[in-house]
Design a binder for this molecule. Structure first.
Ligand code: UDP
Length: 370
């Protein structure tokens, strides 16, 4: 370590990206400090125990991956349960299965076979001559008018606060379309929730690592930069560069959490409310992620919200304008030799947890740590 430096690595943000980097740095004998502005560690996978139930404070996270290396990595810290995610959508009081599959097509149109369903979708589809230019075109080309209007349009527009023609096509590609009666939300081979909740994973990753919570990097930026040889930065990339080119836009969310005196409120971990006039997008009933048998239950209504300064930025908005602006910041980031930028906010990317872990592991391979 150079003279005057106190740490080999300062990790700004104790979410998954930061925690994996801190683990790898500690494992290789480097001196590392993790700071986070929140009062607790874990970033958006942090859980609070309410009425004996692990309540995911920052929205539902279901671990899923096809990457064996990532799966082995997380399993070296915690075991996972056999939870398989499937989602219900409530539209005009009726329940539909998600992602779109034969159960959904049966409930919508009464079709009972793959052939009938494919025929129905073919009638409904708007074929495209070129690549879809936006989410509406993508949805109409993929599943057609009925599904777009009943299950996609209202949900998507309230989630993102933008019209579907103004949103990028890739968002909807996250959802599979299946001609089987398979309600699994994810196609991935490995899935589950850590036994005992996500905090266990973070605790294990950060075991033996020096951490400071309620500690804002920007309050004493000069000091941190002077103390650390290298920085792993997981916060908003535009803030790191003092908004030099202007501000990136984010989508925020707020949750209203309630303890209810009944053992089972909705019979599933996630029910989406797809009608445009209902202000929340979904209700999460946390106990179902861990097959809880408690007498009470805890639910969270999820309200999408416009992001303003001071609010929590949850989703990057990868439309053309913001993507171009991010590109300018990414160029600056490349020139910062002693800083690793990673995670949803620093890379302005709609990342899943397994991708974040993979990226963090790769970033540290590049560090040539033995
Ligand atoms: N989506 C939809 N209707 C639904 C669920 C999802 O139209 O009932 C679309 C919507 O555009 C959303 C995208 O699929 O932004 C991805 O949904 P997902 O549930 O994967 O989003 P996340 O859980 O990451 O917020």
């Amino acid at each position: 370590m150079a003279v005057g430096k106190q740490y080999d690595y300062l990790v700004v943000g104790a979410g998954l990206f930061g925690a994996v980097c801190a683990y790898r740095a500690k494992q290789s004998g480097r001196k590392v400090l993790v700071i986070d502005k929140r009062p607790q560690l874990g970033g958006n996978i942090y859980c609070e125990n309410i009425a004996g139930i692990n309540v995911q404070q920052y929205g539902a996270h279901i671990f899923h991956t096809n990457n064996r290396q990532v799966w082995d990595f997380v399993n070296s810290f915690v075991e996972f349960n056999n939870y398989r995610h499937s989602v219900l959508a409530k539209a005009d009081g009726k329940i539909f299965n998600l992602p779109f599959n034969l159960n959904t097509f049966y409930a919508l149109w009464g079709v009972t076979t793959p052939r009938e369903a494919a025929q129905k979708i073919a009638e409904q589809k708007t074929p495209l001559a070129t690549e879809p230019q936006n989410l509406e075109e993508q949805a109409l080309a993929l599943v057609g008018r009925d599904i777009y209007e009943i299950l996609i349009k209202g949900y998507t527009e309230k989630q993102w606060g933008r019209r579907c023609p103004d949103l990028p096509a890739f968002i909807i590609k996250r959802l599979p379309v299946r001609f089987t009666f398979d309600n699994s939300y994810f196609d991935d081979r490995y899935q589950g929730i850590p036994l005992g909740g996500y905090n266990k994973l973070i605790e294990k990753l950060l075991s033996g690592v020096e951490t400071r919570t309620s500690c804002d990097f920007f309050a004493e930026r000069r000091q941190w930069e002077a103390w650390a040889e290298k920085i792993v930065y997981t916060g908003e990339i535009d803030r790191y560069f003092n908004y030099e080119f202007g501000k990136l836009e984010y989508r925020s969310i707020r949750w209203e959490t309630e303890v209810l005196a009944c053992p089972n409120y909705q019979g599933a971990a996630v029910v989406n409310y797809v009608d445009g006039q209902i202000p929340y997008t979904r209700i999460i009933e946390h106990k179902h992620f861990e097959f809880g048998a408690q007498a009470q239950t805890v639910i969270s209504r999820e309200y999408p919200a416009e992001w303003q300064e001071g609010a929590e930025p949850f989703y990057p908005i990868n439309d053309a304008k913001n993507t171009a602006l991010y590109g300018k910041y990414a160029e600056l980031a490349q020139k910062e030799e002693n800083v690793i930028f990673g995670g949803r906010l620093a890379e302005y990317k709609y990342y899943d947890m397994d991708e974040v872990i993979e990226k963090a592991l790769k970033s540290f391979e590049a560090e040539n740590i033995p």
